[in-house]
Ligand binder design. Structure first.
Ligand code: HEC
Ligand code: HEC
Length: 348
């Protein structure tokens, strides 16, 4: 009879030691994570890019409005769709008049947290991105800024929105202000996730598998490149550090990456490190959409960037972490706005 309580007491004691060790490990993991990553800010306004209610409202309308493009049938939201978490779910986008885009559309969610814009960093800022998209042969088809503004002026409902968003300007309907307004809107599209709650100090916010995945993500070396507020998005790196990427992804044609932008051979196959926020919602993967599933993309990364062959179990844990980087769609993105009225001339 006396044996049982003794035995039970021993069990409880070792259990307590185990628990204490596990708790210490959990706490250490959190501290380590807080040094590598930062939670999303409340908004992404900056001095040059103030967020006002009027600019955001105007920018949201422009983002969803197909009437500005050459045939009046494609908007930013055609390729950055709410239903696909701000992507088009295609390997590579298809633009106006079926013109093929050479790369995959990344999400616009949390784009305000990126230090580098586009896969090859060929845009200076969100504003620059919009200004160039407004006359790009693929995303717009309009020959020049004047054509965009002519089209815009036919949608008479926009005039008061521009006046309200840029009150001190006599001629506010200009491409630069379209860029300011859409960027202000984009800077509100933040998706805080359970990972952010975790980083803010709540260890239980993420399930154990995701925390195991976090430890593996750190210890395997993913964080050398995927770090900061975007879990990526902050630096350039060669895609294919250990092995040529296309031999593993099957990419065809082979994109030379940033070298085509800078003409510097040191930038051959260099790309912006992808932000992994919402990555579970935005297949297919990589700059050319060459890999269909997230577990596959994680294994490709471990192999070509780090020379590591991940087991299925480790891959599952890392994927569990990445799933905890999914946040809720912002309400002002989840539904399309009612657009300003005004007819545009039919396409010739
Ligand atoms: C035809 C499809 C298409 C349309 C239309 C389109 N985009 Fe994109 N978008 C893309 C693709 C593809 C990329 C990646 C380009 C690259 O890296 O070379 C991209 C990149 C971006 C990025 C950068 C994201 C990142 O992670 O670097 C932002 C922001 C963005 N688009 C916003 C917009 C806005 C705003 C509009 C409307 C003015 C727009 N897009 C219209 C396909 C499209
Ligand atoms: C040496 C830097 C580096 C390391 C280490 C690294 N990555 Fe990446 N990662 C990148 C770059 C660069 C890209 C963009 C590749 C491209 O051009 O498509 C990327 C893209 C990704 C993508 C695809 C994102 C998308 O939206 O298409 C995933 C997923 C990913 N990495 C996960 C990981 C994981 C998991 C690890 C660790 C096993 C890891 N990465 C290690 C640099 C790195």
């Amino acid at each position: 009879m006396a044996k049982l309580p003794l035995y039970a007491a021993g069990l409880t004691a070792s259990f307590t030691i185990l628990l204490t060790a596990a708790a210490a490990q959990d706490a250490a993991l959190l501290t380590q994570a807080q040094e590598i990553f930062q939670p999303l800010a409340r908004d992404m306004a900056s001095a040059e890019s103030p967020i006002t209610r009027e600019r955001v409202e105007l920018g949201r309308s422009l983002f969803f409005d197909p009437r500005l493009t050459i045939d009046g049938n494609m908007s930013c939201s055609s390729c950055h769709q709410p239903a696909f978490y701000g992507t088009d779910a295609r390997p590579k986008s298809i633009g106006v008049q079926q013109r093929p885009h050479p790369r995959n559309a990344p999400t616009v969610l949390n784009a305000g947290a990126l230090n580098i814009i586009h896969w090859r960093g060929d845009r200076d800022s969100l504003e620059d991105q919009v200004a160039k998209a407004a006359t790009s042969p693929i995303t717009s088809g309009q020959p020049d800024e004047k054509a965009v503004i002519d089209r815009l002026s036919r949608v008479t409902g926009y005039a008061p929105l521009f006046a309200a968003a840029f009150p001190r300007e006599p001629q506010p309907a200009i491409v630069q202000n379209i860029a300011q307004a859409i960027s202000a809107y984009e800077r509100t599209l933040l998706t805080p996730s359970l990972f952010d709650a975790y980083l803010s100090g709540n260890q239980e916010a993420m399930p154990p598998a995701a925390r195991a995945g976090l430890a593996k993500f750190i210890n395997t070396g993913c964080v050398a490149c995927h770090n900061g507020v975007g879990v990526g998005g902050g630096m350039y790196q060669k895609f294919g550090v250990v092995e040529d990427y296309w031999k593993v992804t099957g990419s065809d044609p082979i994109d030379k990456g940033r070298a085509d932008v800078t003409k510097d051979p040191a930038d051959l196959y260099v790309f912006r490190v992808a932000s992994l926020r919402n990555v579970a919602m935005t297949p297919p993967y990589f700059h050319d959409g060459s890999v269909a599933t997230l577990p596959e993309a994680v294994k490709v990364m471990a192999r070509v960037q780090l020379g590591v062959t991940l087991s299925d179990a480790d891959t599952r844990d890392i994927v569990a972490l990445l799933e905890n980087l999914t946040g809720e769609l912002p309400a002002n993105f989840a539904t399309a706005p009612v657009l300003p009225s005004g007819a545009v001339a039919p396409a010739k």
